[in-house]
Design a protein around this ligand. Structure first.
Ligand code: GTP
Ligand code: MG
Length: 173
C-alpha cells in the first residue's frame, strides 16, 4: 500500500494524461462535492463536457468555486489533466490566495493502458497523437511541479500502485 499524506485542508491537483484514471481515483478517494472536474464545468458552461472551446470559461468557473471552497476551509480536488504549467499556475494562485497548501498527485500509467481505455470510451475521440503530446507534457511536468509551488508531489506509477494507494490526512494543528 502506498500512503499519500495530504493536509486536511489542501488544494489537490490530479495530474495525468487522459485515461490515466483521474476521475476514477477521485471517485474512489473523495466525496463527489470535493471534486471539481473540468468536464463537469465544461458541461455547466457549454452544455457539452467535450466542448474544448469552452475550456477558458470552464476553468474560470472552476477556479471561482475552488476559491470559495478554500475560503470556507474545505479540501478541494481538481480533476483535470493539469499537464501544462499555465493550467497549474492558476491552481497554485488560488491556493496561495487562501493560504492553502497545493498538493499534486500524479497518475502515470503506461501509454498502452491509457490508449486502450481511451479507445473504449465513446466520449473520448482524441487520437494517439494527442495522447502522445499529453505524455510528453507529463514527462516535462515531473521536474517542474515542486518548483512551481506544489508542497507535496505524490507520484503513483502503474495501475497496481494507483490501485493500492490510500489517502491519509495530516492534522493541521
Ligand atoms: P480523462 O477524463 O479523459 O482525462 O481520463 P481520466 O484520467 O479521468 O480517466 P478515467 O478515470 O475516466 O478512466 C478511464 C477509463 O479507465 C474508465 O473507463 C475507467 O473505468 C477505466 N479505469 C480507470 N482506472 C481504472 C483502474 O484502476 N482499473 C481499471 N480496470 N480500469 C480503470
Ligand atoms: Mg476524467
Amino acid at each position: 500500500m502506498t500512503v499519500l499524506d495530504i493536509p486536511e485542508l489542501a488544494l489537490v491537483a490530479l495530474v495525468g494524461v487522459s485515461g490515466s484514471g483521474k476521475s476514477t481515483f477521485a471517485r474512489r478517494h473523495f466525496a463527489p462535492s470535493q471534486v471539481l472536474s473540468s468536464d463537469t464545468f465544461r458541461g455547466l458552461v457549454a452544455d457539452d463536457e467535450n466542448d474544448q472551446s469552452a475550456s477558458a470559461d470552464a476553468f474560470d468557473a472552476l477556479h471561482h468555486v475552488a476559491a470559495i471552497r478554500l475560503r470556507r476551509g474545505l479540501l478541494t480536488v481538481v480533476d483535470a489533466t493539469n499537464l501544462q504549467p499555465h493550467a497549474r499556475a492558476g491552481l497554485i494562485r488560488v491556493a496561495r490566495e487562501h493560504d492553502v497548501l497545493p498538493v499534486a498527485i500524479v497518475l502515470d500509467v503506461p501509454e498502452a493502458v491509457a490508449w486502450e481505455r481511451t479507445e473504449a470510451r465513446a466520449d473520448r475521440t482524441h487520437g494517439r497523437q494527442v495522447l502522445n503530446r499529453m505524455r510528453r507534457d507529463l514527462r516535462q511536468s515531473y521536474g517542474r511541479l515542486a518548483r512551481e509551488g506544489f508542497r507535496k508531489v505524490h507520484v503513483l506509477r502503474g495501475v497496481d500502485e494507483i490501485d493500492a494507494a490510500e489517502i491519509r490526512y495530516e492534522k493541521l494543528f
